[in-house]
Ligand binder design. Structure first.
Ligand code: FES
Length: 122
């Protein structure tokens, strides 16, 4: 039997007033961080699957890639990554996938905006 999704209002969501802002909230005993990035909202569990670090306290960044020869670097700010502050693992905040190894994934959640409020849906 599947459980129907539950909405959790994000308190003080007005603080997410600029890109890069974040709020971490307790949802049923789990910390979930809502990021604002490029005007969109993303919710990520504040838990690194490497060694349980506070993933969402890390910096937000785009992605650095190299060409085939490894000489020319490109910064792609279309991708949205959070860098774990403990050992530097990077995860895509849109789907929780580890940038280097897609076997590692942190939970992400939908965020809905309604009547000036934000809701995490899980
Ligand atoms: S705990 Fe996050 S990279 Fe190690």
């Amino acid at each position: 039997m599947s459980r129907s999704p539950t909405e959790h209002r994000v308190p003080n969501a007005d603080r997410l007033d600029e890109d890069g802002a974040r709020i971490t909230v307790d949802v049923d005993g789990q910390e979930i961080t809502v990021f604002r990035y490029d005007g969109e909202y993303y919710a990520v569990l504040n838990f690194c699957v490497h060694q349980a670090g506070p993933l969402c306290e890390g910096r937000l960044t785009g992605r650095m890639t190299t060409d085939e020869d490894g000489w020319e670097w490109t910064y792609d700010d279309e991708e949205k990554h959070v860098v774990c502050p403990w050992h530097g693992w990077k995860f895509d905040i849109t789907d929780g996938t580890n940038v280097s190894d897609s076997r590692y994934v942190v939970p992400t959640y939908d965020v809905e905006k309604r009547d000036g409020e934000l809701y995490i849906v899980r």
